[in-house]
Design a binder for this molecule. Structure first.
Ligand SMILES: CC(C)(COP(=O)(O)OP(=O)(O)OC[C@H]1O[C@@H](n2cnc3c(N)ncnc32)[C@H](O)[C@@H]1OP(=O)(O)O)[C@@H](O)C(=O)NCCC(=O)NCCS
Length: 152
């Protein structure tokens, strides 16, 4: 398994996979393309044996001078629960710690997504107990989760 930067050729598979997992695309194909080209960390986990097989991806944006926001993260359902989410997140955090100016990593997660919350907690993200009501289109609330790089 290899963690690599996403490129434009991955876009089609990423859009399909995102729709399969979340039932809707959070961003248009155009915006996803922009994210690839802009100052974003957009990483994929690819199967070394079958280069075309996308195992998962993660998108990060630097939304403040000292902060990274994980705006999307998923593992292909056919490959979930095999440690790949942990692998991709670990590699991502390692890359972030090399960015000296970054002090904090944040993300929002559905309050019902205990699988993801457990994974983030395993990597020292802490849940802000105050829910963000009606965060998603479905009306579901979100938790803000934060990781302080200094605490690692
Ligand atoms: C959340 C997600 C990325 C996790 O990836 P994954 O490859 O399935 O997870 P891993 O196999 O690496 O498991 C890592 C940890 O996650 C947690 N976890 C994984 N599957 C779990 C399950 N079915 N129930 C509870 N916890 C689970 C555990 O803490 C696990 O560590 P452990 O095996 O030591 O207990 C993946 O399930 C996914 O893509 N879900 C749909 C999209 C999504 O919710 N993205 C996050 C949006 S914020």
């Amino acid at each position: 398994m290899k963690v690599k930067n996403v490129n434009s050729r991955d876009l089609e598979q990423i859009m399909i996979l995102e729709k399969e997992v979340f039932r809707e695309n959070a961003f248009s194909k155009h915006l996803m393309g922009e994210l690839i080209h802009r100052n974003t960390l957009f990483l994929k986990l690819a199967n070394g044996k079958n280069k075309n097989e996308l195992i998962g991806f993660i998108i990060l944006i630097k939304d403040r001078k000292d902060r990274i926001n994980i705006i999307n993260f998923l593992i292909n359902p056919r490959f979930q629960n095999k440690g790949y989410g942990a692998l991709l997140l670990k590699n991502t955090i390692q890359r972030i710690t090399q960015l000296k100016e970054i002090k904090k990593v944040v993300l929002n997660v559905q309050v019902s997504n205990s699988q993801a919350i457990k994974l983030y907690e395993k990597f020292n993200f802490r849940k802000n107990p105050k829910k963000i009501e009606n965060y998603y289109q479905s009306g579901e609330s979100a938790y803000l989760m934060e990781l302080f790089i200094d605490s690692l």
